[in-house]
Design a protein around this ligand. Structure first.
Ligand code: SF4
Ligand code: SF4
Length: 192
């Protein structure tokens, strides 16, 4: 590295450049920047939309009749590198006393995601065989306690849209889970 010369050994031209021109050049940068478009984002007062495929908070999706897509298989929990997902499956039951939350045999009775651990990598949604689990663009997940960072199934379930019924209820769009998974219910609706 070149050693800086002592002040006494610098030429007049060199001293003039340092004392006069360098500050002007420096302020010139400031002056030019004053006329450039401001790139600072005024978050949280103004929220800018994310990229469409941004990985934000998860969502547990529903079928068009309101039944849950999650079958409690735990593949998402096994795929998670941060051990952030906890799932407990249970059996659906039919009949007058029965309770059905999803088409088919099983549903996710307990579903939790710990956002103190989650790194929003998206491996869980790739592992999900039924597209029950997807990620939204919601990114405001910070909180001040560990408890509030553990999202329960009720926090993650997609809202009921028009035409959906709150489970538990019978399969309204097909005779068995195969109709749901193959999308046969669409054909049935069209036939009606
Ligand atoms: S996004 Fe990644 S870290 Fe978060 S729950 Fe899914 S697999 Fe785990
Ligand atoms: S979200 Fe998907 S992978 Fe996870 S338990 Fe439910 S069905 Fe299985």
């Amino acid at each position: 590295m070149a050693e800086e010369k002592p002040e006494s050994r610098k030429g007049v031209g060199e001293q003039l450049k340092e004392q006069l021109w360098d500050p002007i050049a420096g302020f010139g940068v400031t002056f030019r920047t004053m006329f450039k478009k401001v790139v600072t984002e005024q978050y949280p007062f103004e929220k800018v939309p994310t990229a469409p495929r941004f990985h934000g908070r998860h969502q547990l999706n529903r079928w068009p009749d309101g039944l849950e897509k999650c079958v409690g298989c735990e593949l998402c929990a096994w795929a998670c590198p941060a051990d952030a997902i906890y799932v407990e499956g249970a059996s659906n039951t039919d009949g007058p006393e029965g309770e059905r939350f999803s088409p088919g045999e099983r549903y996710g009775r307990v579903y939790q995601i710990n956002y103190a651990r989650c790194i929003l990598c998206g491996l869980c949604i790739e592992a999900c065989p039924t597209r029950a689990l997807t990620m939204t663009n919601e990114y405001e997940l910070a909180d001040s306690s560990r408890e509030s960072l553990i999202y329960e199934k009720s926090d993650l379930l997609a809202p009921l849209l028009p035409g959906m019924e709150q489970p538990p209820h019978a399969m309204l769009l097909g005779d068995d889970e195969g109709d749901y998974y193959r999308g046969n219910f669409k054909k049935k609706e069209a036939d009606q």
